[in-house]
Design a binder for this molecule. Structure first.
Ligand SMILES: Cc1cc2nc3c(=O)[nH]c(=O)nc-3n(C[C@H](O)[C@H](O)[C@H](O)COP(=O)(O)OP(=O)(O)OC[C@H]3O[C@@H](n4cnc5c(N)ncnc54)[C@H](O)[C@@H]3O)c2cc1C
Length: 384
């Protein structure tokens, strides 16, 4: 039976980061992942799953040695961010306000993952089991992890990086607090008549926000939040029909488009009641999922990784108290971001006239709020 210091279950963006970080600390790590990411080639169409990555996340990925490989594939910097409901009441942010070259990047999730997986080959102390999945864990001083292939691993620490429906979390008996937004969101990759853009924008409407994220070349990712019924109806349309709907319901800023591909996702908010138990610890979406409204999900996951690595650095034995220190560091920040997103989402997703007036006034005030506006932007970008 193979013996490891750490078994990371899930080799997505967050799990792969933890694995590289623990390997850098000199620990013997095994990563278990069900599906290998497809290799990159420049002629591939853009993936539907993309993330807005903050500069802070880029710094974390750089520290892990992974950003260079990702940036050599396909990344789209963005410098401006704009949000509004009534077109006359807009809040605008620009990277110049922070003296930064950019606010962040829009990157396909798979390319972040591939940048991290490229690091696996640089560490002789990382082993990969892929394709394979977690089957069971017998928790103890040393835990026995059984994989679907039948292989058994002995490990000191199990890291649950297996996403929103985490099996590690279930096996450890960690409950979740969950909310169902009764909304779905649709991601639509489009070709735009407007050339390469450096702005991401979002318009609030009573049925849900409509967002634009720039992609490389004259492409973009649209996010359409609406009722599950409406999203199902949109998903059943042909690209030509969907284009008509988008042109009708998205703001004029978008210009003309060609629909390339689309898919939909339910919106859920979950928060694990504990981040660690029985010699396992949760990071990323296995610990918390958030409304994707402001593109914070994986950025919070990378901050988890940073905090877990900081708590365990210089400690040979990975004790429960170190894991609790990690949780103390992260729980409040994750909860604050979840609640902040909900406040915006609920506050804007209705047609109640007085509230409508108030929120548009708030956006107008925010536009002129000077240092406060800069602080909000800094917080959203994960900057101190
Ligand atoms: C529509 C939408 C838009 C979003 N936009 C943004 C954005 O702009 N910015 C942002 O920061 N975040 C965004 N997010 C959130 C972001 O996608 C997630 O936070 C991020 O993917 C979480 O990464 P993760 O590695 O924790 O989990 P996941 O990406 O879910 O990865 C989990 C991995 O574990 C593997 N796995 C699962 N179970 C097992 C098992 N039993 N055994 C082995 N392997 C297993 C899976 O195959 C997968 O590779 C968005 C989310 C959605 C739904």
């Amino acid at each position: 039976m193979s013996r490891f210091d750490v078994a990371v279950i899930g080799g997505g963006m967050v799990g792969a980061s933890v694995a590289v970080g623990f390997a850098k600390q000199g620990r013997k790590v095994v990563v278990v992942e069900g599906t290998a990411p497809e290799k990159f080639s420049p002629e591939q169409p853009m993936d539907i799953r993309v993330s807005a990555i903050s500069q802070h996340s880029v710094d974390i990925l750089s520290e892990l040695g992974a950003w260079h490989a990702t940036s050599q594939m396909r990344v789209c910097p963005y410098r401006r961010l704009e949000t509004w409901e009534h077109p006359e009441c807009r809040t605008r942010f620009h990277s110049d306000e922070l003296g930064m070259e950019r606010l962040g990047f829009i990157v396909e999730n798979r390319l972040i993952q591939l940048g991290l997986w490229a690091q696996f080959t640089h560490y002789s102390n990382i082993s990969l089991r892929c394709p394979d999945t977690l089957s069971d864990i017998e928790f103890g001083e040393v835990s026995k992890v059984t994989l679907s292939s039948g292989e058994e691993l002995l490990v000191d620490l199990v890291v649950g990086a297996d996403g929103a429906n985490s099996k590690v979390r279930d096996l450890a008996g960690i409950g979740v607090t969950a909310w169902d937004y009764r909304q779905h969101c649709m991601l639509i990759n489009v070709k735009t008549e407007i050339e390469q853009q450096d702005i991401t924008w979002q318009q609030f409407t009573p049925s849900g926000p409509r967002s634009f994220l720039p992609l490389c070349g004259n492409q973009g990712s649209l996010v359409w939040y609406d009722s599950p019924k409406r999203i199902r109806q949109l998903c059943a349309m042909t690209p030509a029909q969907l284009r008509e709907e988008v042109l009708t319901y998205f703001p004029a800023e978008l210009g003309d488009i060609e629909v390339l591909q689309y898919g939909s996702f339910p919106l859920t908010r979950r928060h694990a009641q504990r981040y660690s138990a029985l010699g396992c610890v949760l990071v990323g979406d296995s610990a918390h999922t958030i409304n994707p409204l402001a593109g914070q999900g994986v950025n919070l996951g990378f901050k988890d990784v940073e905090a877990l690595l900081a708590a365990t650095q210089n400690h040979e034995v990975l004790t429960q108290s170190l894991l609790e220190q990690y949780e103390r560091n992260r729980r409040y920040d994750n909860l604050l971001m979840q609640s902040g997103m909900d406040f915006f989402y609920k506050g804007f997703s209705n047609d109640f006239a007085p509230l409508k007036l108030l929120r548009n006034a708030a956006l107008k005030v925010a536009e002129n709020a000077g240092p406060l506006k800069t602080q909000v932007l800094k917080y959203a970008l994960g900057l101190k």
